[in-house]
Write a protein that binds this ligand. Structure first.
Ligand SMILES: Nc1ncnc2c1ncn2[C@@H]1O[C@H](COP(=O)(O)OP(=O)(O)OP(=O)(O)O)[C@@H](O)[C@H]1O
Ligand SMILES: [Mg+2]
Length: 516
């Protein structure tokens, strides 16, 4: 089965779909051979859309940028038509049982239909009255309240010329999709033009596409890589993507945060120790280098590694050998080492806090991960992904952003980068309650540029302990954002111990990295 996500998020495709939506009020999307449906460019909610979705898919909920929550009868019929179509079929006209009309375009890869594009949701202007009547008669009771006056529902009426225009645009989208589908299906040769997803990373900006192609290029080598970037830019995701794209993908990926482990413990953590190597070493232990044998080891926050350990690390990198703490037997491992840092190692070298020889050794390949503000064009895509996920996790209906809200988010500087965006959106989903539209007034004051003059929002429906938790979470989050997720500073600002903070951060799910 083809993965639609990549196709559905392609910018050229979503732009054409937006023209159809904004110009004519038409709905477009992809339909799989099994009737699975994915919307195109679908980030705004409207009443006519809900109605259409209800009839086509038996649900008014669009799925999270991908797999459908239901396969309605009409969509299943479309899938079957696509599966039957031959290479000569460029477009099929379809009428749905409720009176909506549409077009269906088979997308072929190597003379084989792999999916279809639909453009639908209109009635032909000749005989429109009867079709509209049929549709209105069938609006289900549970939707009438949400749709308002059903006699004034906006349903597109297209004359012959407009239908021809919609069809022409459809051919354009279908052509683009066929090219993309071919690319997706040829796994060996991947090109990155327009690609929006790489591993778990999303991005359409030139900076991210460039990053994806760099990752693809260097994944197969065994050189050490230094991943540099501000807090929350996605350094760990880059490391995982390198591993996933390498021949080592079936062996372990092990990540260790050098800043989180006290100096004395980290050597035994990395290299293991013998029994009795130090007080407390009751039994022999293998270290993470051995655990990662055949795979990849990410040394996160490498700038925080203390100097004695830097020497040992240099030796593994140069010779692939190491000693367990307290042991004299030289051991050998095959591990690709990736390092990540948000500190400027070059300055640390100048200040003699980071070894120069190690610096050049880990920096054989350097991958800078751009800050979010340097790729603001990724914000709509990331936001829509995060909002769908948060709504689903919180068991709420799908939400969309107003245009001014998105604009504002694109202008903000995001010191905490993607992680800050992710957290802001989680917060917006909570704050927006039952409303399906997230508007600019809900954004945190630091983003709108307004000072926070509003009193604490009254949190209706919460009891005291819940309200206290809500406040605590919010204070921690605000402080994390202010410090760019620097936990030591945050703990200081909030007047709690670092350990206590880390526990609370985990409790509130404000940090998805494992705390080692
Ligand atoms: N391009 C992206 N697409 C989707 N999610 C992303 C992207 N970049 C980052 N994220 C998400 O943002 C969060 C931060 O990413 P990650 O932990 O990889 O950043 P980091 O640079 O390692 O941060 P830190 O410096 O704080 O360790 C994660 O939840 C990650 O899933
Ligand atoms: Mg990290």
């Amino acid at each position: 089965m083809m993965d639609f996500n990549e196709l559905a998020l392609n910018p050229a495709v979503t732009r054409l779909a937006a023209i159809l939506r904004e110009g004519y009020g038409l709905r477009s999307g992809l339909v799989g051979l099994d009737g699975a449906v994915t919307a195109l460019g679908d980030s705004y909610a409207s009443a006519d859309k809900m109605l259409f979705d209800h009839f086509v898919f038996g649900t008014q909920e669009w799925q999270d940028g991908g797999l459908p929550t239901s396969l309605g009868k009409n969509a299943r019929q479309w899938g079957a038509k696509i599966a039957e179509s031959s290479a000569a079929t460029r477009c099929l006209a379809v009428t749905m049982d409720v009176g909506f009309s549409g077009f269906l375009f088979p997308i072929m890869v190597k003379d084989q239909a792999v999916l279809g594009l639909f453009i639908a949701g209109f009635v032909p202007s000749e005989g429109a009255a009867a079709a509209l009547d049929a549709i209105r008669r069938r609006v289900p009771a549970e939707l009438t309240a949400r749709l308002g006056d059903k006699d004034n529902m906006r349903i597109a009426q297209l004359d012959t010329e407009q239908r021809r225009f919609a069809q022409t645009l459809g051919f354009g989208i279908a052509e683009e999709l066929a090219l993309l589908a071919e690319r997706v299906s040829s796994a060996t040769e991947t090109r990155f033009e327009g690609v929006v997803r790489f591993g778990d990373m999303l991005g359409t900006s030139a900076r991210m596409r460039n990053l994806f192609s760099v990752i693809a290029k260097i994944s197969r080598s065994n050189s050490s890589v230094l991943i540099e970037g501000e807090n929350g830019t996605g350094k760990e995701l880059v490391a995982r993507a390198i591993h996933q794209n390498s021949r080592r993908r079936d062996a372990p990926f092990v990540a260790v945060n050098c800043a989180a482990i006290p100096g004395e413990l980290i050597a035994s953590e990395l290299f293991g120790h013998t029994r009795g190597a130090f007080s407390g070493a009751h039994r022999e232990r293998t270290g993470l280098f051995e655990a990662a044998h055949g795979g990849t080891l990410l040394l996160d926050e490498i700038g925080d590694m203390d100097p004695t350990l830097q020497v040992k690390l240099l030796r593994v990198l140069q010779e692939g050998t190491f000693l367990r703490v307290g042991d004299s037997q030289v051991r050998k491992v095959d591990v690709r080492v990736l390092c990540a840092t948000n500190r400027d190692l070059k300055t640390m070298v100048a200040e003699n806090t980071f070894r120069e020889d190690l610096y050049y050794r880990v920096k054989v390949i350097a991958i800078p991960v751009p800050a979010l503000r340097e790729r603001a064009t990724d914000i709509p895509l990331l936001s829509s992904f995060f909002v769908n996920r948060a709504a689903r996790e919180q068991g709420r209906s799908k939400k969309t952003f107003s245009e001014s809200c998105l604009d504002r988010m694109m202008q903000y500087r995001w010191p905490g980068n993607v992680r800050e965006l992710e957290n802001e959106i989680e917060r917006l989903v909570i704050m927006s309650g039952d409303s399906e539209l997230i508007d600019v007034d809900l954004l945190s004051p630091r983003i709108t540029g307004k000072r926070d003059e509003a009193p604490m929002p009254v949190i209706s429906g919460l009891n005291l302990p819940q309200a206290v938790e809500h406040l605590e979470r919010r204070m921690i989050l605000d402080s994390l954002q202010k410090t760019g997720w620097n936990k030591t500073q945050t703990a200081k600002d909030l007047g709690v111990s670092r350990r206590n903070l880390i526990r609370k951060v985990a409790h509130y799910g404000l940090e998805d990295e494992p705390i080692i």
